[in-house]
Design a protein around this ligand. Sequence first.
Ligand SMILES: C[S@@+](CC[C@H](N)C(=O)[O-])C[C@H]1O[C@@H](n2cnc3c(N)ncnc32)[C@H](O)[C@@H]1O
Length: 257
Amino acid sequence: MSNENTSIHDFEIKLICEYYSLLERQGPGSPEVTKKALSFVDKLTEHSKIADLGCGTGGQTMVLAQNAPGTVTGLDLFPKFIDLFNQNAQKLNLQDRVTGMVGSMDKLPFQQESLDLIWSEGAIYNIGFETGLKTWKPFLKKGGYVAVSEASWFTNERPEEIDAFWQDAYPGIDTIPGNMQKMQDSGYIPIASFILPEDCWIDHFYKPQVRAEKIFLNKNAGNKTAIDFIANQKHETELYYKYKKFYGYAFYIGKKI
Ligand SMILES: C[S@@+](CC[C@H](N)C(=O)[O-])C[C@H]1O[C@@H](n2cnc3c(N)ncnc32)[C@H](O)[C@@H]1O
């Protein structure tokens, strides 16, 4: 039974990877927002070491590398994403400074106190905001920075439908002051936080999915798991349009003391 469950799970993961591989980004964000978050980070040099955790196919990593000196290692759990990541680095002639590797953000393959900057867009939720910040801190040099984007509540109260959706999808979701407090409690100076504009969701994440959905459903015609997955994506998109006053992504930038 457990083998059967594992293979169903593997099958789902394979389909989800296939779907997200059709997209330049696997989460909300934009080049402008990546550059804005980077503007809060001081003192990077050509010797700086940067890690992008949960990098996906590297949409934001390439922007980071084009706007910051030093070397960037992208880390992601899924080999298919890392293959695409390395192809993207090559296409942009960044392969000497940007390398993708397969690995998990809860077991970092770096030396302690070796990194100047840890970046992570829309991925820290995989291990939880506070756990991520605490787990990653030993790998940063003193005075090094962390910059992460995370789904966040904008208000203290919100309609029941959207509250229930997030309590099921990610019960760790918190307000912006709540996350800033967690950053401080984890041993960082909270340097800045800002809300990602709506175009990060609409133009850079949801609109590109219209084309991806068509390709994916054509390729997986009649596959119930694929059809259900796309129905879920659509439901999530509708909820965003309906409740975007109440939640979105925020960037959090902190400095290790
Ligand atoms: C929502 S996507 C964001 C991807 C990318 N940063 C972006 O903004 O387009 C989350 C990423 O986290 C990766 N991921 C999930 N669990 C992980 C883990 N334990 N370690 C590393 N990456 C992980 C997924 O494969 C996926 O690429």
